[in-house]
Design a protein around this ligand. Structure first.
Ligand code: F6P
Length: 344
């Protein structure tokens, strides 16, 4: 084992740099060179790389984003690109590749592994959405939840002063993890998630009852993937990305209009957007990212290709990449039912 590559793909996420640092430092301790591949799979298609050294991974723990850059490039969109990935892996003399990403990036890693293309790959699970199977948590999620929680805390004071309803739209794609955790942590009066279609009558009833008992303001936390009718998400545009995803957004605006129309309470919307993904990771995400990075290097040294680092309870374990991709980890409905007991 002499040279390994490391890449970060998909949406950026706080904690990525902690993983890169852990992988690099563990590799250096084992006299292994680390080639940083720029901008996810795009960097392997174009052989766009930079060799990492102790200096380049120093001081990056508190930094958000990824020092390697990222992209949503899918080499499987174009057969030539898959071949370029394989050729460049060989040209770069890599003995292994650590792919840090979510369902899409790890899906590509798993395909390359299964097709036996000569790429020795291990994975590290990343996403603020926490929707990746086979791991209890992904790093980045805790930071996003804390940002959304603080935002809702702030919205409380202005909502109360103005006697308004505040609808806050929260990221998470087709899973309601961020909205549910941040909503619970900040005492949102209604939390709406993609896993359960929105019942407008029920929502307005809760808000009216709350106002009737003298609470002149309310907070509604809505996940961007929440649906008025099962299977119908609200999107910003019809175009799909390279992995076939729609661009979600706008459900908050639609919801606020309906709430104001039905309850006659003044209603405003805040879309938290990419703020949830930016900035410094929480201590939890830095530690989880570091533990994942260390595990990834353990897998590399043991030549356990096609596996991913994963959190089970408090333990870091390895799971086949196959178990992580394909189906999403959505919110447990019993957990949502529990949260509902605090609505209003
Ligand atoms: O998957 C992370 C995520 O932030 C989702 O919560 C969100 O829907 C999506 O990425 C936004 O993607 P982009 O950065 O491409 O707009």
């Amino acid at each position: 084992m002499e040279r390994i590559g490391v890449l970060t793909g998909g949406g950026d996420c706080p904690g990525l740099n902690a993983v890169i640092r852990a992988v690099a430092r563990r590799a250096f301790q084992n006299n292994i060179k680390v080639i940083g591949i720029k901008n996810g799979w795009k960097g392997l298609i174009n052989a766009d790389t930079t060799e990492l050294d102790l200096g380049s991974v120093s001081g990056i723990l508190p930094k958000g984003g990824t020092i390697l850059g990222t992209s949503r490039t899918n080499p499987y969109k174009n057969k030539d690109d898959v071949q370029k990935v394989i050729d460049n892996y060989k040209k770069l003399n890599l003995d292994a590749l650590v792919a840090i990403g979510g369902e899409d990036t790890l899906g590509v890693a798993n395909k390359l592994f299964k097709e036996n293309k000569g790429i020795n790959v291990v994975g590290v699970p990343k996403t603020i959405d926490n929707d990746l199977n086979a791991t209890d948590f992904t790093f980045g999620f805790d930071t996003a939840v804390n940002i959304a929680t603080e935002a809702i805390d702030r919205l409380h004071t202005t909502a109360e002063s103005h006697h308004r309803i505040m609808v806050v739209e929260i990221m998470g794609r087709h899973a309601g993890w961020i909205a549910l955790h941040a909503g619970l942590a900040s005492g949102a009066d209604v939390i709406l998630i993609p896993e359960v279609p929105i019942d407008l009558d029920e929502v307005c009833e809760i808000l009216k009852k709350r106002h009737a008992r003298g609470k002149g303001f309310s907070i509604v936390a809505v996940a961007e993937g929440a649906q008025f009718k099962a299977g119908q998400v609200v999107t910003q545009e019809e175009k799909l990305d390279a992995f076939g995803h729609v661009r979600l957004g706008g459900v908050g605006e639609r919801l606020a209009e309906e709430i104001e129309k039905r309850t006659k309470f003044e209603t405003r919307v805040t879309v938290l957007g990419h703020v949830q993904r930016g900035g410094s990771p929480t201590a939890f995400d830095r530690v989880l990212g570091t533990r994942f990075g260390v595990k990834a290097m353990e897998l590399v040294l043991a030549k356990k290709w096609g596996y991913m680092a994963s959190l089970h309870g408090t333990e870091i374990v390895e799971v086949p990449l196959q178990d992580a991709v394909g189906t999403l980890k959505t919110v447990d409905l019993k957990f949502y039912e529990m949260a509902k007991a605090f609505f209003g």
